[in-house]
Design a binder for this molecule. Structure first.
Ligand SMILES: [Ca+2]
Ligand SMILES: [Ca+2]
Length: 390
């Protein structure tokens, strides 16, 4: 009950701060709010990784207890538990068609699973140390994996054949990710560097230096032009892909940063740290937009944005959480801006129905199409989105 109370207060705080920032064109960065939680589940041991299926039907959470849980995004129902790994599962990723999921484990294997029924499709063996990262290519035909054996391996998904082994990192590989066009692979390592590789032949394209401790996660922006990296040096860094230039260093976390992800718009990154906070930053100028302080809760090791940008998920300790993205694109029809389109919005529209700018009682927020009058087109727009966000 105490937790629910905290959640509720956080949501109110958020709306107050958000309105305030809109009014004064200020950015609220000081408030340590709680996320607006949709659901949370605590299946067992510490959550190590979370990932949404691209169709947003399923959220996967991996944990130290050697299994992966698949959750229904809409309500947090447990759909399946994928067992078989013999040690911690450290990473999961979905194919672009949402039908296949890969998991990487301390047991040195990668497993491919059919999402619909949890059937094990393949077990990929070849790494000689813990697997820390897995990533499907955008076309779903190739899987990349990063391991404590210091190598990156590329596998053919259809038959599990090993296509290439990329070597060059001087220490553990923590993270791998494909560029959106599938041509380039990025990796982050305990050797403090980020490397870019050409997927077609495995050639090393460049090595980005600057972090002063392990690079634990590195990801491409949705447009493929920027990289974000999370490091044990307590910073998040943004890099330009074209020439490897360091664009920005995001400082503020007071302990190691485990993870960083771009939101689907590419305008923000969210980072999770051992300092128990999630921070959301604006890419354009590096401004810290929001800090969620989990306070007594354990570290935040995993984060993911839902593909449509309305939610984000994270693991803290043994709990996997689905929360609303405070910077989600506005829902058409959400007149009172409370995150859903429902009866209160319809009532607000009807109260102003037929009124035009200048009339007493005219409500510009209810004039959804900005025509100057609240009329049938606005009502139709609202009804078309009725029930969304709930
Ligand atoms: Ca509403
Ligand atoms: Ca209108």
């Amino acid at each position: 009950m105490a937790h629910l109370g905290i959640t509720r207060i956080g949501r109110h705080n958020f709306h107050r701060v958000f309105s305030f920032s809109l009014t004064l064109s200020l950015v609220a960065s000081a408030a340590a709010d709680a996320p607006d939680i949709v659901w949370q589940q605590s299946p067992g041991g510490a959550i190590t990784f979370v990932a949404f299926a691209p169709d947003q039907q399923t959220l996967a959470s991996a944990n130290v207890d050697r299994y992966v849980n698949l959750w229904r995004v809409s309500d947090g129902l447990l759909l399946n538990t994928l067992t078989g790994h013999s040690d911690q599962v450290r990473a999961v990723d979905f194919s672009s068609d949402s039908q296949t999921m890969a998991s990487g484990s301390y047991d040195q294997t990668i497993r491919l699973w059919r999402v619909s029924d949890g059937a094990l499709l393949q077990t990929l063996t070849g790494h000689t140390h813990r697997v820390w990262s897995v990533a499907f290519s955008p076309d779903g035909q190739t899987l990349a994996s990063g391991s404590f054996d210091r190598s990156i391996k590329l596998w053919r998904v259809s038959d599990g054949a090993l296509l290439n082994t990329l070597t060059g990192h001087g220490n553990f590989v923590y993270s791998v990710a494909f560029s959106p066009d599938g041509q380039t692979l990025v990796s982050g390592s305990q050797d403090q560097t980020i490397k870019l590789w050409r997927v077609s032949d495995g050639a090393l394209l460049s090595t980005l230096t600057g972090h002063t401790d392990s690079v634990r996660r590195v990801v491409f922006s949705p447009d493929g032009q920027t990289l974000a990296s999370a490091s044990y040096d307590q910073t998040v860094r943004l890099w330009r892909v074209s020439d490897g230039a360091l664009l920005r260093t995001l400082s503020g976390h007071s302990d190691v940063v485990y993870t960083v992800v771009f939101d689907p718009s590419g305008e923000r990154v969210a980072s999770g740290s051992n300092d128990q906070t999630i921070r959301i930053w604006r890419v354009a100028d590096g401004a810290l937009l929001l800090t969620y302080d989990q306070e007594a809760e354990p570290r935040v090791e995993s984060l993911a944005y839902a593909p449509d940008g309305r939610f984000f998920a994270y693991g803290h300790g043994g709990t996997v959480v689905l929360a609303r993205n405070p910077f989600a694109p506005a829902l058409p029809g959400d007149i009172d801006q409370d995150g859903d389109v429902d009866l209160s919005d319809l009532a607000a529209l009807l109260a102003a129905y037929g009124l035009c700018a200048g009339d007493p009682g005219y409500n510009a927020a209810a004039d959804l199409d900005g025509s100057g009058c609240v009329a049938l087109d606005d009502l139709a727009l609202l009804l078309a989105h009725y029930g969304e966000g709930a």
